[in-house]
Every structure is written in C-alpha cells, then in structure tokens.
Unconditional design. Structure first.
Ligand code: DC
Length: 229
C-alpha cells in the first residue's frame, strides 16, 4: 500500500492553490483543507460583531470572543469539496466576497487568532493523507510535510482570475479594486510579524502565470507519486 503523506501548498492569493489541492485530494483520496477559508470565517465573525471594519480593529474584543467561534468543514458531495461552517452555519458563499478579502489580512495578522487556527489545522493532519493550502503550511503548520509546493503567478493574472470568479458569482466589483486587493494582501501577508508568507527552504516553486492547470497537475502528481511509492 502507498504511504500517506502531507502535501502543503502555500503561495500568494489566487495562484490556483485550491484548484490544484482539490484535484490532488480527489485523485489520492486525501482530505483537502482550505485554511484561507478558516481565516475568512473568523473575519466574517469579526465583521458581523463589529470587531473589524475598514478603519477599525477591536483586537481585544475579538480575542475575548475567540472561544465562541466554532469552525468546521462539511463535505458537499455535489461540489466535491468541503464547505466552511461558522458556528454551524454554512458561510461558504459569504466568506468569498471582496469585503471579506479586504479585511482578512488584518485579522490573520493577530497572533492569538493564528494560534487557534494552527492548533486546529495540526489536529486535522495528524493521520496524514491530507492536502492543505494557505500561507504558512510548509513553514509553521506542517514543517515536516513530505511535499511542499509554493505557487506564484503575476498579480495581473491572479487579479484577472479572481475578478472572473467574483463576476461569475454575480458580485459587482471593479477590476481595479480586485487588483488592488490582490497586491495589498500580498504586501500585508508577506510583511506581518507572525508567520509571514515565505517559501519554505525545501518547497518546490511553481509559476503558473503561463502554465495551464493540466500541465501543472501532471507535474505535481509525478512528485506525489515519487513520494508515496
Ligand atoms: O487563501 P485565501 O486567499 O482565501 O486566504 C485569505 C487570507 O487568509 C489571506 O490573504 C491571508 C490569510 N491566510 C493566512 O494568513 N494563513 C493561511 N494559512 C491561510 C490564509
């Protein structure tokens, strides 16, 4: 029988991490965890309870309420992946708005928020057979992961992808705002004090600005196959 491993996928926003992660999870029958969804769900909670907005962050208020935030994933057979639940409510759609994207980096920079989510993520990976994507998976959550990927792509390509996704959902957004958000999150996520987005020393970098998803997936599967053999 093949060995079960941990696949850690990190990289900038909208580099196609989740697309690759979902395909890998399906092919190898692994659990897929989108850790960005967890930071987004905490941000949604903070927004709904007036702990965060464009010009304010009540870190103390949010931290006092961390114990009231319960996050879980439930697999949706029709979609083929797990959806995010916040305090038993499906928030999969709500967490993907541009508004949440504009506030999430502020919330994700809070060390005690990270501590809570990293602890939950480590538990999810304790039996291996998992593919997890985020910003600090190969560096902080699973430094021992057998396979670490680091995805990059030009800001313009990423914003174009994200813009299309938001339009397809029916959200009214401008390309300019989406591009600004992609670049601003890159800056905030890579310069924060706690667990900044950096490539782990032993991560393999993929620049998919001009590489199709199939070619990329084939190359990554070859790496997985070598590792689990
Ligand atoms: O993957 P995403 O774009 O949905 O993530 C949303 C934000 O969450 C991202 O801008 C930074 C934060 N994040 C993080 O700090 N650490 C992770 N492991 C995953 C996401």
């Amino acid at each position: 029988m093949n060995k079960k491993i941990i696949i850690a996928i990190d990289g900038f926003s909208s580099t196609g991490k989740s697309t690759i992660a979902k395909l890998l999870a399906e092919k190898y029958n692994y659990i897929y965890v989108d850790t960005g969804a967890m930071y987004r769900a905490v941000t949604l909670y903070a927004m709904n309870n007036n702990f965060v907005s464009k010009n304010h962050l009540d870190e103390k208020g949010l931290l006092l309420n961390l114990k009231n935030i319960s996050l879980s994933f439930k697999f949706n057979k029709d979609l083929g992946y797990a959806e995010m639940f916040l305090n038993r409510k499906n928030v999969e759609k709500e967490i993907r708005t541009l508004e949440v994207s504009q506030l999430v980096s502020k919330v994700a920079a809070i060390s005690d928020v990270r501590k809570k989510l990293v602890a939950e993520q480590k538990i999810m990976g304790k039996d291996k057979g998992i593919v997890m994507d985020g910003r600090d998976i190969g560096t902080v959550v699973f430094p021992e992961a057998e396979l670490k990927l680091f995805m990059i792509a030009s800001a313009d390509k990423r914003a174009t992808r994200r813009y299309k996704e938001l339009l397809d959902r029916g959200d009214k957004v401008s390309f300019k705002d989406v591009l600004f958000n992609v670049e601003e999150r890159d800056r905030l996520d890579s310069t924060r004090k706690d667990s900044p987005l950096i490539k782990a020393d032993n991560a393999i970098e993929f620049d998919n600005s001009d590489m199709g998803i199939e070619e990329q997936f084939d190359r990554i599967c070859a790496l997985v196959d070598r590792e689990i053999a």
